[in-house]
Design a binder for this molecule. Sequence first.
Ligand code: ZN
Length: 651
Amino acid sequence: VAAALGLVALLGVAASLPPALREPGPLSPRIASYQISATLDPRTHVVSGRERLTWRNTQAEPATELKLHLYMNAFKNEESVFMREAAAGEGRLLGAPERWGFIDVTSIRLGTQELKSAARIARCAEDEADRPGCPRDETVMDLPLPAPVAPGASVVLELDFTVQLPAIIERTGYAGTFHLVGQWFPKVGVFEAAPGGGARWNCHAFHANSEFFADYGEYVVEITAPRDHLVGATGVLAEMRDAPGGLLTHVFHAEDVHDFAFAADPAFREHRERWGDVDVTLLYHPGSAAGVARDLGAVRAMKDLLERVAFPYPYRAITIVEPPVYGINAGGMEYPTLITTVPAFTPARTRLLEETAAHEFGHQYFYGLVASNEFEEAWLDEGLTTYVTSVLFDDLYGRDRSSFDLFGLRSSRVQVDRRSVATRPAADPLETFSWRFAPGSYWQVYAKTSVALHTLEAHLGRERLLAALGAYARAYRFKHPRAEDFFRAMSAASGEDLSWFFRPAFLGTAVLDYEVSALASARREPARGLFDRDGKRLEVKQQRPAAPAVYDTEVMVRRRGDFVFPVDLEVRFRDGAVERARWDGRDQYRRFAFSRPAPATAARIDPAGQVLLDADLLNNGMNARRDRAPARRVHQGLAFLVQNALQLVGF
Ligand SMILES: [Zn+2]
């Protein structure tokens, strides 16, 4: 009853809601909009809610059913897809939650018609054949409609639901008095164009390794909680008013977002500031005051970078939630205009707190504002966010120490990622649905994407690459881009077709590995044989080399993998000279010859260390052997290599 009263009150204030945007909206298509009235009982950790969903069919085909995510049922029992995958070692869950979580949808009304009995929830896992007795996942609800929603038409549903929050698990739930309420309300999937024509629902089960995908809309959400609770949420706070039972109702308004989350805790400390016309709220816990400046500094720096590269942050608010130490599993998560970081106990020189804050704010762009499908193409949100975070930290801390600088040990952010990628070659392309990655390799969507884009910097330069990334973000702001859109936008903005790089890097598993196969120098001797000079025929026999000395140096470089990437070769000589050459990297082998007054001492591929996708850096360089082998030996050695190469390619 309280919820019903709330929804009525909410409709009363809807006309006077403050704008949630910094510029006049709507900025997005507003396909799925929600009015929700919810009450949090912090004693039982139950959220009871009523939701009015307005959904518009933007496809050219009628929708005969709706599909809705019931994410919270992932935590209901061990038959959920989420728990089964977690038991197999995926995701970040260790063991069963201390308290199971679930969502019960108790009523679904279309006008006066009750639709609940037609809804279908429990099913076998996707990718699994439907069979009787299979473990039942309850995270997606199919809702057949009494009449189809025509193209361009809208449908309004009212749903009543009860959520039992789990003990903190996968970034939602409660820990002590702290509540982070995410993925909590019945949420419609995305009705999208099908590849072969027509339309289909994109509404995957909640997987241990996947995040979310939803359409944009407007949200008006009333949250009723005890008076002593501080509440932070997506959007701007529109109103606070008394509620029966000594409770307090917070009304939040969010525009052009595709999700809504909130946090509540009587233990919260609050820090507020304004950055121009953006309200910044940091909710943290006692003992974590030292994290305030660190969190805000990192978020501000990432906001500045993305505003420079892409476009101004369009919302009027950003809320940063620092969970308590005992609720750390709520940390490191992004929702529209609300992010969670980690408690401030980590030393500044590990950058963990700063990196989490910056990364999660980065998702305001790559997830929030550029809404790619996190289920199907996680590299587009996680990978791009990891890359921009690494770029930012190189700027803030220096390229050699952007990840950590501790006890004399230093590493850049991307080197940490590079090591993880090089030691575990990709079993799957990055363009793989999150739950279909080989066991334990989903993290490649973060690391390999970042390493790949850093590698592309070797070809484009960092500023050109960032400019292209910004153009991609602007082109797909408030849209659902896919990999091909990213490739096209990046190519168009950089003025060249980059598919030679994108296809192997993101759609394939080709290994990039270049090596220096041979290096040898020999002092040039006069050629022997018969020579016609000044009308006479002379025979030149073996004789002492003439002065000044000339050394012929030959370097053989080899492409060991199928990934073609242009590389630089640097050759150093005993007299201090350095020669550089560029190789397009296409052939299997390439011979480089130099003639100088001194022999070579070393040859190195990619001397600047930019081609970070290179799987084996140990073979990138070679020092000259200090023997006096004549040039013939070099040629024999090269001939042997070439023979091997020809056999390899099947000639
Ligand atoms: Zn992320």
